[in-house]
Design a protein around this ligand. Structure first.
Ligand code: DC
Length: 213
């Protein structure tokens, strides 16, 4: 079973994907981490994340052993990730990794949940269930601000909102694999829903899809 969960930053995809995977006994891949790991490598070396040659080399040298580095979670790395993700050679290099994960779930798992921006449209168009999880940019900025404050990081609302708008524009406006819902995706707006309501709606849809499919 393959479940694709796409959507913009801070819409609640990660929380939902982890919970769905746990509930259904599936393996989970946060594909944003791949792009973050590439962006992080460039920032670490003081390189420009928009340099196509350096970004491609970093994508080809990707090491999943580093995916749990907490430094990948910062907003600076998220912005670098968004920049490298617009480079076609970077996306091509990361595609094989994602497809191979989807086709070969770890032992003991019945399938996979992948979350990202282009899972239902490009990485796994054959997915059994596709969700597009979204929320208004104001709500997403508010959630992001809270998360940063809880981590003890300094954050200003106007700056977080501005960053979120810029990232949305870059992720949706790029030429290669831009963010948009697949024709057959279930669009779930989480602006007025809490995590439990999002999970219940998603599970309902997934069960309908997998029963009929
Ligand atoms: O999901 P995230 O915030 O960790 O993703 C960071 C950036 O990576 C995001 O702004 C765009 C890029 N990305 C992508 O282009 N395609 C994916 N499947 C996942 C992430």
């Amino acid at each position: 079973m393959i479940i694709a969960i796409d959507g913009p930053a801070a819409a609640g995809k990660g929380t939902l994907a982890r919970r769905v995977a746990e509930h259904l006994g599936l393996a989970y891949l946060d594909t944003g981490l791949l792009y973050r790991a590439v962006g992080y490598q460039l920032l670490e070396k003081g390189d420009d994340p928009e340099n196509p040659e350096l970004a491609e080399a970093a994508a080809q040298a990707l090491d999943p052993a580093h995916f749990d580095n907490p430094a990948l979670r910062t907003d600076d790395v998220a912005n670098a990730a968004s920049k490298v993700s617009a480079i076609p050679a970077v996306r091509a290099a990361l595609l094989a990794f994602q497809r191979s994960f989807a086709a070969n779930p770890p032992t003991g798992k019945n399938g996979v949940v992948l979350d990202g921006r282009d899972i239902g449209t490009v990485v796994c168009p054959e997915a059994d269930a596709k969700l597009f999880v979204t929320a208004s940019v104001e709500v997403r900025a508010e959630r992001r601000l809270k998360e940063l404050q809880e981590r003890g990081e300094e954050a200003i609302h106007a700056r977080v909102l501005q960053d979120m708008k810029e990232r949305d524009a870059r992720d949706s406006g790029r030429d290669v694999s831009p963010l948009f819902p697949a024709d057959d995706a279930f669009v779930l707006d989480t602006s007025d829903l809490d995590a439990d309501a999002v999970f219940a709606a998603a599970l309902d849809y997934i069960q309908q899809q997998t029963r009929s499919g």
